[in-house]
Design a protein around this ligand. Structure first.
Ligand SMILES: Cc1cc2nc3c(=O)[nH]c(=O)nc-3n(C[C@H](O)[C@H](O)[C@H](O)COP(=O)(O)OP(=O)(O)OC[C@H]3O[C@@H](n4cnc5c(N)ncnc54)[C@H](O)[C@@H]3O)c2cc1C
Length: 553
């Protein structure tokens, strides 16, 4: 007869991989290190190593907590006074403080060394591994700087606090803080993509003009990070749509009447509070010329779009790492999953895709610090639309496929893989959804021939390394010469441009075997649509081992 103890032993846990945690997210990521070095960011390695240690360590857990214990909204205090307070779990503040103190929002503006955008991009990429949601206020704060500079007197007061490297999450006036964060409020119910439909109205308090005080009345349908210290807001004036800086507190220390209506209940992006707000005679300061609001705020929008590229590249990189790590720790049919041919094809395909996404994101980071070079400036102009469209869209299918590599446990919310999947679509939707990026490209194709020439030149720098690539570039040029029905075909065109730009970047700056594999898989072959359909002669083991998180880190 079996002992009672033995009977109660229902199962022994085995063949379950160890979680990917307590590691250095920077030193474990050979691909990230490679691209940081390729584009002049080696000098930041020490800082990134310290950053990556926290990301793969305590902040990984902080990210889980910030996404489990969600922000809550308190409209009024216990006596009924309006406070418009959003309370976050302490983990959220921990994540914000760590990123800001390391220069996530400030480095490109406070640092002069070449490679500053690249190092900062790596930081944003790593931060996403711990928590993509808090990446939203970090990005908006970083991206607000060029738009604020449209108004020198306002910028003089705010910029030092934006680049101070200090985080202060308290609900107190901005002028009592050493460090501030900024948000952005453009979208209204009747139109997000078409901001010209905005009805929020701003009336000058005294004389009108740049740097002057206005009173805003209206609503915004989406306003993320509502505890930001100020928002860049689009509102109509007698001169047309204009851009305002609207702080959460008035200069006399009273609350600026920005009333939060409610928080959105979202698919993903959980740690980030997104709200609906009303301006009830809220005071704001005009940035730049009246009637030129889009011209002013587009500088912020362009950088947030670029950050969406980095963010989605990071989601894919993390999804790839989780998939490879998990399958390396699990056996089926007598050998590790990541040695099974079908699984190898999926993993290698995921790895190729995420590296190609990172490659063009880092290429843009490099270009951003050389805007006085016309080639680099034009590449930023066209590359942001192409990259934002393509990378953010690819991330949705990618994170799903990576989740499937983990099987059922991947679908469970205790596992980061499901969070990556729920997070992925938001980068494609906000900051100009897919078609809006296409319309932006269409504008370039029809009105900015010099910019198109720069893009082709960027591709042609890689000519000579691979015949299939060379032929495809010729084909693209032909396609661009055909204006017929272009407005209907823009998605076809943007896709081709994205893939060839990724191929060109890998051929020119990447590891040669990987570049070759990418061209074979994405340029030569186009009849398959799921991940895991790489041509069989590609060395998948090599691609997987390059993307495998390095345990020595
Ligand atoms: C989680 C979250 C947070 C957000 N935070 C903020 C924030 O902090 N501040 C802020 O201002 N906004 C924010 N937004 C709003 C976001 O930027 C908008 O939802 C987005 O710009 C789309 O606008 P819309 O929702 O009005 O959709 P619409 O403009 O109605 O677009 C719907 C669809 O139509 C497509 N479309 C639009 N015009 C055309 C056209 N001419 N031809 C073909 N297709 C077209 C779009 O690509 C989109 O797919 C947030 C959104 C989300 C989901």
């Amino acid at each position: 007869m079996e002992s009672k103890n033995h009977q109660s032993d229902t199962h022994v846990v085995f063949n379950q991989p160890k979680p990917l945690e307590n590691y250095n997210a920077f030193t474990a990521d050979r691909i990230l290190q490679y691209w940081v070095a390729q584009f002049g960011g080696q000098w930041g390695e020490e800082r990134l190593t310290s950053f990556g240690g926290r990301i793969g360590g305590d902040l990984l857990e902080a990210g889980m907590n910030a996404n489990q214990y969600l922000p809550t909204f308190r409209p009024v205090d216990r006596f009924g006074y309006r406070i418009d307070q959003v309370d976050y779990h302490p983990a959220y503040h921990q994540l914000m403080a760590h990123a800001i103190e390391h220069g996530h929002c400030a480095m490109p503006w406070s640092e002069k060394t070449s490679g500053r955008h690249v190092v900062r991009a790596a930081m944003a990429f790593l931060h996403t591994h711990a928590d993509p949601g808090s990446g939203c206020p970090l990005t908006m704060t970083f991206a607000s700087v060029p738009a604020l500079q449209a108004q020198a007197d306002i910028a003089e007061k705010w910029l030092p606090k934006i680049v101070s490297g200090r985080y202060d999450g308290r609900n107190i006036p901005w002028f009592e803080k050493e460090g501030v964060t900024l948000g952005m409020a453009m979208t209204e119910k009747q139109g997000g993509s078409d901001v010209r439909a905005n009805t929020t109205y701003a009336t000058p308090c005294e004389a009108p003009g740049g740097g002057k005080r206005y009173s805003l009345v209206g609503h915004k349908w989406f306003c993320s990070a509502p505890m930001s210290d100020a928002f860049l807001v689009l509102a109509q004036t007698d001169h047309g749509l204009s851009c305002f800086l609207v702080p959460r507190w008035r200069e006399d220390g009273s609350k600026n009447p920005i009333h939060i209506q409610r928080l959105k209940d979202k698919l993903g992006n959980q740690s980030n509070a997104s709200s609906e707000i009303e301006f009830r005679d809220a005071q704001g300061w005009l940035l730049g010329e009246p009637g030129k609001g889009i011209k002013t705020i587009i500088q912020m929008v362009a950088l947030t779009r670029y950050d969406c590229m980095i963010g989605s590249s990071a989601l894919m990189a993390q999804a790839t790492k989780e998939a490879i790590w998990h399958t390396a720790g699990r056996e089926v049919f007598g050998k590790p999953l990541h040695h099974q041919p079908l699984m190898q094809n999926v993993l290698a395909d995921l790895a190729l895709e995420s590296e190609a996404a990172l490659a063009i994101s880092m290429r843009l980071a490099r270009a951003l610090e050389q805007l006085d070079n016309p080639h680099e400036a034009a590449l930023v102009r066209i590359g942001t639309a192409i990259g934002k469209y393509w990378i953010c869209k690819r991330a949705v299918q990618h994170t799903y496929e990576a989740m499937e590599c983990l099987g059922g446990v991947g679908y469970v919310n205790e596992n980061v893989a499901s969070r990556l999947y729920r997070e992925a679509p938001v980068n494609a939707i906000w900051e100009g959804s897919g078609n809006v990026q296409c319309l932006d490209l269409l504008r370039v194709l029809t009105r900015e021939p010099d910019t198109v020439s720069v893009f082709i030149a960027e591709l042609r720098y890689a000519i000579g390394a691979n015949d299939a690539f060379d032929r495809a570039v010729d084909g693209l040029e032909e396609q661009l010469g055909n204006a017929e029905m272009l407005a209907y075909r823009t998605r076809q065109v943007i896709e081709k441009m994205a893939i060839l730009w990724q191929a060109a970047t890998l051929l020119r700056y990447g590891e040669p075997d990987n570049a070759e594999a990418f061209v074979q898989a994405r340029v030569e072959t186009s009849e398959y649509h799921q991940y895991g359909t790489l041509p069989s002669h590609i060395d998948m083991t090599a691609i997987i081992s390059r993307a495998m998180p390095q345990s020595s880190g």
